[in-house]
Design a protein around this ligand. Structure first.
Ligand SMILES: Nc1ncnc2c1ncn2[C@@H]1O[C@H](COP(=O)(O)OP(=O)(O)OP(=O)(O)O)[C@@H](O)[C@H]1O
Ligand SMILES: [Mg+2]
Length: 519
């Protein structure tokens, strides 16, 4: 199949198909132009592609019972493409012409690697295309899947994943998590919020879908579970034995009031936007320093202490720099906090369970899953995540661990609501910024970009959109219509990836682990 270069408009190359080409080359494909005049090679990415009819028959013809001419039926594929790579780069300060009439053909895997400037270390995904409601994994002339290698470093530049329900977000995160464990030999911390989404990572995925099987084959991969997984479940939750979950690798966890980071208590304040509520960590700090029995305190005692101030509502707060200030809490806010504290009592100090510290998680090749599904799960999770993340970052900051870590927060709005305090988001931003130097990666996922707490989009360098109806794709660069975005099939996504700007449309392989049909 061959296309011919026509001209250039607005720095985009226009091409048209030659007679023998009998289809539309979808957006996201790559073309290699072999310039017949300069003998140089250029690699282009298709950004717009459509069918044109050179001898468009007159509409009147349809009412006349005439034989159509062959020419009336003729279709051509007109393409607008972005110039991605000049294979030969001039050193005289000029840029080569791409001469009209030069032929172009589909690029090979090697040419695409060159165009994207890809290394060979990193998780592999499939380069893909979209046209109307059709999604395809790109193939070379011999029919082989074309892959792209995400640069390993992208993990530490933070990632945001959005997409409607069932579009492939969780599967993609499982795939990336397994890569991080097995190839990077890092640690993974993932939260499970829905059903048993992340609770079967120790098991091999099962699929009888031909496309999935052939994708695995072309990557030379076969499904297998992660060998070192521990699943942490809140001690206060009762579990019925769910079929398919290996309870031998589950541990019960609780929060320890003597060790918890005071800021983590802001996790309790989800839905309380009053500024006065932000004094809670300071009030807790004061209580732990002056009122509680060192090392033996219990959360119920703090709740009692808080409730004992019902009349005056006056407290002393200690900031994280140790400054003491008197605070008076507004009655409405006081009642609100008091209720939140009472409902959190069973999250704490459960003698039959352990509290988590950074070294439980920061272990080479270990995947830790925090199960926050169920009624109170997200609230427990909000506190535990804040506490644990802070401990992990502090440990990394203090060089106490060199193990790289990937933190996966699915359904992120459940833990960090949009109106949640600056403080909590400051924490997340700190983690994200430290990430680059300390090898901490965070993946945030949510169904809609509107749910993502403000502030997160500004710290992520990779954005992946599965099927979605959001109009937040302005800056990605390929012209994707809202219909095309809404029509993306499972696993296909539009992306803007750190250090891999040329990869716009991709498909994740089905994760090798954790995607097990419910028996
Ligand atoms: N990359 C993929 N290749 C093939 N099939 C996929 C892929 N990703 C997802 N699927 C299929 O789609 C199903 C749903 O995917 P997934 O659980 O990732 O959705 P989700 O976006 O997380 O949805 P939700 O918002 O409801 O959690 C999977 O169980 C799998 O069968
Ligand atoms: Mg999901």
């Amino acid at each position: 199949m061959i296309w011919t270069v026509l001209n250039e408009t607005d720095q985009k190359i226009k091409l048209v198909s030659k007679g023998s080409t009998d289809g539309i080359l979808p957006k996201g494909s790559f073309l290699t132009v072999e310039d017949n005049k300069s003998k140089r090679k250029f690699i282009l990415r298709v950004d717009e592609s459509k069918q044109v009819v050179p001898y468009s028959p007159s509409p009147l013809l349809s009412d006349m019972d005439l034989e159509y001419l062959e020419a009336d039926k003729k279709c051509k594929n007109e393409i607008t493409a972005y110039r991605v790579k000049d294979v030969f780069e001039r050193d005289d300060g000029m840029v080569d012409f791409i001469h009209p009439t030069s032929p172009a053909r589909r690029s090979s895997q090697e040419e695409i690697n060159l165009a994207m400037g890809m290394g060979d270390k990193g998780p592999k995904v499939f380069v893909s295309t979209v046209h109307s409601n059709q999604n395809r994994v790109l193939r070379d002339e011999s029919g082989k899947h074309i892959t792209a290698t995400l640069p390993s470093d992208f993990f530490y530049h933070q990632t945001l994943i959005c997409g409607k329900t069932g579009s492939g977000k969780t599967v993609a995160m499982k795939y990336l998590a397994q890569y991080f464990i097995e190839e990077i030999k890092g640690a993974v911390l993932a939260v499970n919020v829905k059903d048993i989404d992340f609770l079967q990572m120790d098991r091999a995925s099962v699929s009888d879908d031909e496309a999935v099987l052939s994708e695995w084959k072309s990557l030379g991969m076969s499904p297998h579970g992660v060998s070192n997984v521990t699943m942490y479940m809140p001690a206060n939750r009762r579990y019925e034995s769910v079929k398919g979950i290996n309870y031998d690798i589950c541990r019960k966890i609780t929060l320890d009031v003597n060790q918890i980071q005071p800021e983590a208590l802001t996790g309790l304040l989800q839905g309380i936007s009053d500024k006065g509520a932000l004094n809670l960590p300071g009030i807790f700090r004061y209580w732990r320093q002056y009122e509680a029995e060192k090392g033996k305190a219990r959360f119920t005692e703090f709740v009692k202490y808080f409730n004992s101030k019902e009349d005056s509502k006056r407290f002393t707060s200690i900031s994280d720099r140790g400054e003491e200030t008197p605070v008076t809490i507004h009655p409405g806010t006081y009642d609100n906090i008091s209720r939140s504290l009472e409902s959190a009592i069973d999250f704490f100090d459960n003698s039959s369970a352990d509290s988590l510290d950074y070294d439980d998680v920061l272990q080479q090749g270990k995947m830790s899953i925090l199960d926050f599904s169920g009624d109170k799960g997200p609230r427990f999770g909000s506190i535990l995540l804040r506490d644990l993340l802070k401990k992990i970052v502090d440990a990394k900051d203090a060089m106490m661990s060199k193990v790289p870590i990937l933190i996966i927060i699915d359904e992120v709005h459940q833990f960090y609501s949009t109106d949640s305090s600056r403080e909590a988001l400051d924490d997340i931003e700190r983690i994200c910024r430290t990430g680059r130097s300390k090898e901490i990666g965070v993946i945030f996922a949510s169904q809609s970009i509107e749910d993502i707490p403000k502030g997160i989009p500004s710290v992520v360098n990779t954005q992946i959109f599965f099927k979605t109806d959001s109009s937040s794709l302005k800056s990605i660069g390929v012209k994707i219509s809202p219909e095309e975005l809404e029509g993306l099939r499972k696993g296909f996504a539009i992306a803007s990836i750190h250090d891999l700007p040329q990869l716009k449309i991709l498909k994740f392989p089905l994760s090798l682990c954790g995607v097990v049909k419910n028996e």
